[in-house]
Design a protein. Sequence first.
Length: 156
Amino acid sequence: MAAKSDDFEESLLNAVLNNDVSGSLANLGDGLQASVTPGSVTVHLILQSAGPPTDTWASAQVVAGAPIYPAYAAQSVARNSGSPKWTVTGGTATNVEDIVFPTSDIASGSDVVEYAAVMDSSSTSILWYGTLTSALSISNGITPQIDAGDLTINED
């Protein structure tokens, strides 16, 4: 079997992104438990020149494809069921708030970010990856951000 029900897709996205185990996951075995310490996921920007990420990329390759400016850092998004950072409907999740990256201090020239990856909190496992809704142009003094509602994860 390759398909999942919409209810399970929604429950899976809520569990991973919002630490919310209601829905169909609450009925697995004795009920799947939420994390005591919810933690976070990390969002990474990936340069157009690196090409689209794949599910076999190692974290070192994602970092190598990151924007080349000293201040760049992936951004953490809290997994918080009390104040969800992702809106989940059916098999789709979207970011509730802007995801703001450090201001670029690139020495010269510019880069274009076309892809993003959502990874675990230690940035060692890619959970989801894909093309951004709009490419981000990065040059000195620019503060790259993914606007609220612009990062969509599809579980379908």
